[in-house]
Design a protein around this ligand. Structure first.
Ligand SMILES: NC(=O)c1ccc[n+]([C@@H]2O[C@H](COP(=O)([O-])OP(=O)(O)OC[C@H]3O[C@@H](n4cnc5c(N)ncnc54)[C@H](OP(=O)(O)O)[C@@H]3O)[C@@H](O)[C@H]2O)c1
Length: 386
């Protein structure tokens, strides 16, 4: 079996877990690009990285290279996997772009691939025909409790991993990518026909923003108040948050239907969020009767804390963190994209817009967003070939 050189960009939870899993395979070389000096130091001390599995067992790995140097991390890579959050991807791509090998195919993808990674990669890496752009719909496993350079806990895994390529990629490149990902993840890899199946799948952008809006938006019971203690995202989800989530889920489905019809593409794989959650967690949800009960009674969602920080000015209690990824990633790179796509089709998505506008105000405006790379001509022809 040929040596496969994998470069993982981002030394966070997803980066650690995937790196350790890949190193269990024969003839797979793994490098990690990280800005975290703790990981570099542990690697230099030859500390093995450990993944703690849900069944109590442990996997160990020693990566081939751990570095802050983008060139050293990616220059010989066959496949590059970006695991940093969506708002950090533009910088990561800029850092690695000059060092990607130009003389062989290099498969450059994001896990997860949401927030229009295909458009970002196309805009950041123009005129690089040997690069094959791809994304995975979701993370293969949840990953939590990271001790950098030392250990990571693996949570539940997905039974199927859905992958899409940029529309420009030819069938030969898609087939080769499928082979590589099957080697890395096993036979659970399924290729999607269209990258929009990833971009339009509802997830964190509508889930997080609706719950925050329901809690502290203008009609929320905690509007301009301080929480006495940290709150759980889902088990303590407010009714108003679940209401907005359900409305936003419907609008996101309507957007999908319009795009599917007008662009003539099959988006039937994109399910409503409610259906996605019920199918993913099944028996773990005690009461499947409404969005609220699904969120509140899903055992897999127990104990997940909402992003909160201590209130300022010596006040006791907590507030929702403005710098949280629920804003910088989910709002600026997720919701913004949905609203802009709807605009291009003259589709009204009033609940998504209401939550977006309020969220942007809470963030004190957008510094950067997915609009920085969303193609100005979309949905009309871009450089896409297919
Ligand atoms: N963990 C999960 O179970 C899970 C589940 C669903 C979805 N996701 C998604 O997977 C992606 C990665 O999540 P994660 O949980 O692996 O995140 P994480 O543990 O916070 O790791 C992200 C890494 O990205 C790098 N980074 C660069 N700029 C950053 C910035 N401005 N803010 C935060 N990190 C930055 C950092 O790596 P360096 O310090 O090495 O540069 C950081 O360790 C996100 O899009 C997340 O929404 C994760």
């Amino acid at each position: 079996m040929n040596l496969l050189k994998v470069a993982i960009c981002g030394g966070g939870r997803t980066g650690h877990l995937n790196a350790i899993l890949f190193k269990q395979l024969p003839n797979v070389q793994v490098s990690m690009l990280t800005s975290n000096l703790e990981i570099i130091e542990q690697h230099a001390r030859q500390t093995p990285m450990q993944a703690l599995l849900p069944n109590g067992s442990t996997l160990q790995a020693r990566l081939d290279r751990v570095t802050t140097d983008a060139r050293a991390a990616v220059e010989d890579a066959d496949i590059v996997i970006i695991t940093v959050p969506a708002h950090a991807r533009p910088q990561t791509l800029k850092d690695i772009a000059p060092h990607l090998n130009a003389s062989k195919p290099v498969y450059i993808g994001a896990i997860p691939g949401f927030c229009g990674f295909d458009w970002l990669a196309e805009a950041t890496l123009p005129d690089r025909p040997n690069l094959v752009i791809w994304g995975m719909k979701d993370v293969p496993h949840t990953a939590f409790e990271l001790t950098p350079g030392r250990s990571i806990k693996m949570g539940g895994g997905k039974s199927q991993l859905y992958v899409a390529t940029h529309a420009r990629e030819p069938q030969t490149a898609r087939r080769q990518l499928e082979k590589i990902l099957t080697r890395l993840y096993g036979p659970c890899v399924t290729m999607l026909e269209n990258y929009l199946e990833i971009t339009l799948t509802p997830g964190n952008p509508i889930m997080h923003s609706s719950v925050i809006y329901g809690l502290i938006g203008p009609f929320g019971q905690w509007h301009r108040k301080i929480f006495p203690q940290r709150l759980c995202w889902w088990t303590e989800c407010p009714e108003l948050g679940a209401y907005f989530l359900e409305r936003m889920d419907q609008e996101s489905q309507a957007l999908c239907a319009v795009i599917s019809q007008r662009m003539g593409i099959d988006l039937s794989s994109v399910k409503s969020l409610k259906q996605e959650i019920v199918e993913a967690y099944g028996e773990q949800i005690r009461d499947q009767s409404s969005m609220l009960s699904i969120l509140r009674t899903n055992q897999a969602y127990n104990d997940i804390l909402a992003p909160m920080v201590p209130a300022d000015g010596n006040r006791a209690g907590y507030v929702i963190e403005r710098e949280s990824r629920a804003f910088s990633e989910d709002v600026a790179y997720g919701l913004v994209l949905l609203v802009e796509m709807a605009k291009r089709f003259d589709l009204k998505v009033p609940h998504i817009e209401e939550v977006l506008q309020w969220s942007v105000g809470y963030m004190h405006g957008l510094r950067d967003s997915a609009l920085d790379y969303f193609p100005s001509q979309w949905p009309h022809a871009t450089s896409a070939a297919a």
